[in-house]
Design a protein around this ligand. Structure first.
Ligand code: NAP
Length: 422
C-alpha cells in the first residue's frame, strides 16, 4: 500500500523536510518499502535456543513475547523511514505502538497511520500523537502504561528520556547522534574516495546521523584530496528540493542553519581554515529558503568543536594524519560511535581498521549503505538499540524461558536442598 502511494508520499516527505525529491523518490521511499518487506518476513523466523534437555530432568525452551505498549519517538531527518525502522518491527512481533513524530515533520507519519488503518490493523494498535517533545515525548517516557521507549534522535534528548524512564524502569532503546570518521590512507583511490566523500557528507542535506563528517587524510595525499573534493563540491546543485535536478535542498529550519553556521565560526576561531563554501546561496524565487553551501574546513585541532560535536549540516572537516595508530586513536576520540569508513586498497589496513574502530558500522571503500538485513546500531553515546535486521525484532520482545519437568517424580534430585537426605 505504501508502494501504491510512493510518488505522493515522496513528494510530501520532500515538502516537509527539504530533502531532494531525487532522494525521497529514489532512496527514502523504495528503501523504506524494502525495510517493511524485510521486517514482515523476518518476524516469521524469530530465533532463540532450541528446545532441549539442558539438565537431566527437564526440557527447556525459549518463547519470544511482545513487551506491550511501545512509545516511538522519531526525528525530523527521516520522518517516514524512522517510523518504519522503529514502529514496524515493534508491530510485527505483537506490540502496540504510540508514535510521536518530530514537530517539524508529522505529515508522512499521519499518512502512514491512515495506510496502517486501511491495511486492517485493529484500532488502538498503531497510534500517533503529535505535539512538542517536551510534553508528549516526556509523558510517554514517564507514563506507567507505556512499557518501552524506542527513541531515535539526539544524544541529549536520549539521556533525558533514559532518566524519565527510570522511574518505571521501562526498557529504552536509543538510536542517537553520530560523528563519523572517513579515513583516507595514501594508497586509496582518491577519485573514488572524494566521490564517496561528497555523497557521504551531503546525503540528506548533511542532516544524516551516518554522514561522514571528519575526513582524516594521510599527509602525502592531503592536498590532492582537498583539491579534488572541492572541485566535486562545486558541481553540487543546491536549490528547490522539488526540482529533480537538485542535489541538496534547504536545511530544516533557520534556527538549525544558524546553529550550523555557529559551528563553522567556532571551527575557524579554534584554528581551522575555511577552504570553501559555508555561505548562504541566493536561489532565485526561494530567497527565504534555509540554504547553505557545503563548507570545507581544514584543521589540525582534534579538540575543536567541529571535530568533537555533531553538526548535522553540510560541513566537511578535513584533518591530516601520519600513522595508522594515530588515526585510529583520533577517530575513536569522540563520544559517538555510529558509523566510520576506511578507504584503502590494503587488506591488512582494512581488516585492522574494521576491528579497531569503535563504531556500530564500519564501511570499507564506501560510506552510508545499510542493507535491510544488517543492523544499524550505535556504540558509546550513539545509543544501544538496533534498527533493521533480525536484531531489530528481538529488541521489541521479552525472552521467556519455559521449563518442563520430564521425571514425573514427587521429589526431584535437587530437592535435597530443602528436604535433606533422610
Ligand atoms: P531531537 O531534537 O532529539 O528530537 C527527536 C524527537 O524527540 C522529536 O520527536 C522531538 O520532538 C522529541 N523530543 C525533543 N525533546 C524531547 C524531550 N525533552 N522529551 C521527549 N522527546 C523530545 O532530534 P532531531 O533534531 O529531531 O533529530 C536529529 C538527531 O537525530 C541527530 O542527533 C541525529 O544524529 C539523530 N538521528 C539518529 C539516527 C540513528 O539511527 N542513530 C537516525 C536519525 C537521526 P519535537 O520535534 O517536538 O521537538
Amino acid at each position: 500500500m505504501i508502494e501504491e502511494r510512493i510518488q505522493e508520499l515522496a513528494k510530501l516527505e520532500t515538502e516537509i523536510s527539504g530533502k531532494s525529491i531525487k532522494q525521497t523518490m529514489g532512496y527514502d521511499l523504495p528503501y523504506s518499502i524494502d525495510n517493511v518487506k524485510f521486517i514482515a518476513g523476518a518476524s516469521r523466523i524469530l530465533e532463540g535456543k532450541a528446545m532441549a534437555e539442558y539438565v537431566k530432568e527437564g526440557s527447556s525452551a525459549i518463547r519470544r513475547e511482545p513487551i506491550g505498549v511501545v512509545g516511538v519517538i522519531t526525528p525530523w531527518n527521516y520522518p517516514l523511514m524512522m517510523v518504519v525502522w522503529r514502529a514496524f518491527p515493534a508491530l510485527a512481533v505483537g506490540n502496540s505502538v504510540v508514535v510521536k513524530p518530530a514537530s517539524y515533520t508529522p505529515l508522512t507519519t499521519l499518512e502512514l497511520a491512515k495506510i496502517v488503518e486501511k491495511a486492517g490493523v485493529p484500532k488502538g494498535v498503531f497510534n500517533v500523537i503529535t505535539g512538542p517533545g517536551g510534553v508528549v515525548g516526556e509523558e510517554l517516557a514517564r507514563n506507567k502504561n507505556v512499557d518501552m521507549i524506542a527513541f531515535t534522535g539526539s544524544t541529549e534528548v536520549g539521556k533525558k528520556l533514559s532518566e524519565l524512564a527510570s522511574s518505571t524502569l521501562k526498557k529504552v532503546s536509543l538510536e542517537l547522534g553520530g560523528k563519523a570518521p572517513f579515513i583516507v590512507f595514501e594508497d586509496a583511490d582518491i577519485d573514488a574516495a572524494t566521490e564517496g566523500a561528497v555523497v557521504g557528507g551531503l546525503v540528506n542535506n548533511g542532516e544524516d546521523c551516518a554522514n561522514s563528517t571528519r575526513y582524516y587524510v594521510q599527509e602525502s595525499v592531503k592536498n590532492k584530496f582537498i583539491e579534488v573534493l572541492v572541485r566535486k563540491l562545486r558541481n553540487v546543485r543546491i536549490g528547490n528540493p522539488m526540482d529533480i535536478n537538485t542535489d541538496i535542498g534547504p536545511l530544516i529550519s533557520n534556527a538549525h542553519r544558524e546553529r550550523v553556521e555557529g559551528y563553522i565560526e567556532a571551527g575557524l576561531r579554534q584554528g581551522g581554515k575555511l577552504i570553501e563554501g559555508g555561505k548562504r546561496p541566493k536561489i532565485r524565487g526561494l530567497e527565504k529558503g534555509f540554504f547553505l553551501s557545503p563548507a570545507v574546513i581544514y584543521t589540525e585541532n582534534q579538540k575543536s568543536d567541529i571535530v568533537q560535536e555533531e553538526i548535522f549540516g553540510p560541513v566537511f572537516t578535513v584533518l591530516p594524519f601520519s600513522s595508522y595508530d594515530e588515526v585510529i586513536a583520533k577517530s575513536n576520540d569522540v563520544v559517538y560511535g555510529l558509523g566510520a569508513s576506511v578507504w584503502t586498497k590494503n587488506i591488512k589496513i582494512a581488516l585492522n581498521g574494521v576491528r579497531d574502530l569503535r563504531f556500530g558500522t564500519v564501511w570499507v571503500n564506501e560510506h552510508v549503505p545499510v542493507p535491510s538485513e544488517m543492523p544499524w546500531a550505535g556504540y558509546k553515546q550513539s545509543g544501544h538499540g538496533a534498527s533493521l535486521s533480525a536484531y531489530s525484532l528481538e529488541e521489541f520482545t521479552y525472552i521467556k524461558h519455559v521449563y518442563f519437568d520430564l521425571t514425573g517424580k514427587v521429589r526431584k534430585s535437587w530437592y535435597y536442598q530443602i528436604y535433606s537426605a533422610q
